[in-house]
Design a protein around this ligand. Sequence first.
Ligand code: EPU
Length: 295
Amino acid sequence: MKLASPPLNLLPNKRLAELTTLGIGGIARFYVEVKTIEALRSALLLSKELKMPFFILGKGSNCLFDDRGFNGCVIHNKIDFIQPSGDGIYSVGAGYSFSLLGVQTARQGWSGLEFASGIPASVGGALFMNAGANGAETKDPLLSLDFMDEEGKLHTYLKNDLEFRYRHSSLQHLKGAIASATFSLTPSIAARGKQLEIVHYRQKTQPYGDKSAGCIFKNPLDTSAGRLIDACGLKGFRIGGAEVSKLHANFLINAASATAEDFQKLIAEVQKKVREETGILLENEVRIIPYDISS
Ligand code: EPU
């Protein structure tokens, strides 16, 4: 007998500032948390039925929402199961904490995801962006993932079915949501030590306690965006409540009730100054989500 899935708790008028690490964003027309694959299917089908645009939210760490909010449904992916099979194969829900996965796997003596510890993303968000650090990327230990399309149909993709490059995946061109992923790790007694070293470096060089979206710009080929912005003398430069971090210049922080408009202006100003001084146009890593994505 097939059990009916529980009804969705669709909430109107959710403040997006509460859901993003930047603490910025107006009101989402609708918001729903999904904790199971069935609930994800129901949410996607509901959006389709209502002809309403949807946005899949992970940990809200790489998003800049509009001050007006989002004219559609924000589907918060909280599918957070973890299934280790004992031989370094881990299957996890897309809503699982990527950082926690990095810590747990290293603690258990598995290498491949040490770099994830300290990255404030969900597993789905990390795959979508092909997040990376310390010379490693999310795609490296990936075996396969399950992706649900807008019709609620699940597709299993092996790593080679997808395209990954620096901070980019072909998942960004698909409509639907990542449901889960399977990683394959290798045994290593050095994994925990390496993971602790990575966290230590991050804590020393990145503004942990501040509200940020991680690195705002992608690194240009062969150089670091942070180093370029720093060399232009922009650390501490501020527009409204948005400020270039004094610790790491590729982090723009919400220093005092910043608005999305402050951030957009600061991003544009930093791009302009770096271009004038170096000829390099910095490309956004942060995803800027317009109020209306249907038009
Ligand atoms: N640097 C400066 N000034 C700054 C920042 C950096 O001179 O304000 C210099 C550093 O001293 C170092 C070099 O630039 O010599 C590189 O800095 P860092 O090691 O911090 O690395 P990054 O290139 O700035 C990248 C990733 C980070 C990741 C770190 C550590 C990108 C855009 N950034 O930063 O990822 O955590 O390496 O591996 O690829 C992110 O993607 O959101 C992110 C934070």
